[in-house]
Write a protein that binds this ligand. Sequence first.
Ligand SMILES: [Zn+2]
Ligand SMILES: [Zn+2]
Length: 200
Amino acid sequence: MAKETPYQVLVRDLPTHRQFEVSAVQVAEWLKGLPMRDALGAPDDDPEAGQGVAELDLYADGAHAFAAGTFRGELTVACSRCISPVKLVIDEKLRVTFMPRHEIAEDDDEDEPAADADADEGAEVAEDDLDVFPFDGERVDLEPLFREQFVLGVPYAPLCSETCKGLCPQCGIDRNTASCSCTPPIDPRLAALKGLKIPS
Ligand SMILES: [Zn+2]
Ligand SMILES: [Zn+2]
């Protein structure tokens, strides 16, 4: 028997409209291990880790279950240049299908990249592009869906600002708020060249 989570809904309770809240502690746990989260050095119960609220209509047709609605929240990760905290906003429309694992495996074979970049516009997403999650036929488990909102919400290289100057690679000072007199080390191969006089 799978562990109960606060994000499960029994199929016999469908259709229903539910609101789910994701706590900071939960967000911190889901993001643990991601370099841009761990770089903050925040405690496990960091109240600033993030939070989320899902408003979902849930329904089922027998073999499948469906969830549609919104997910709004935020999360905090480290700037990839200066490692100061960056708050990111999540505001997503969700349309998700829950289907038995064997059906998901079949569908993966015909997976094609989306033809356009409209994936954020819930209304315009073609049926093939819908998010799919496994379904055991008894309960809809929304945890992987919510977790995905946070994990996918972390960009490859988050920035506190497009113009972030980052940390000095030698002394570690934050170049946004202070300056140092370090000079970049010279590559030894270039140093050798420096002594050369180019004949004119
Ligand atoms: Zn920064
Ligand atoms: Zn420096």
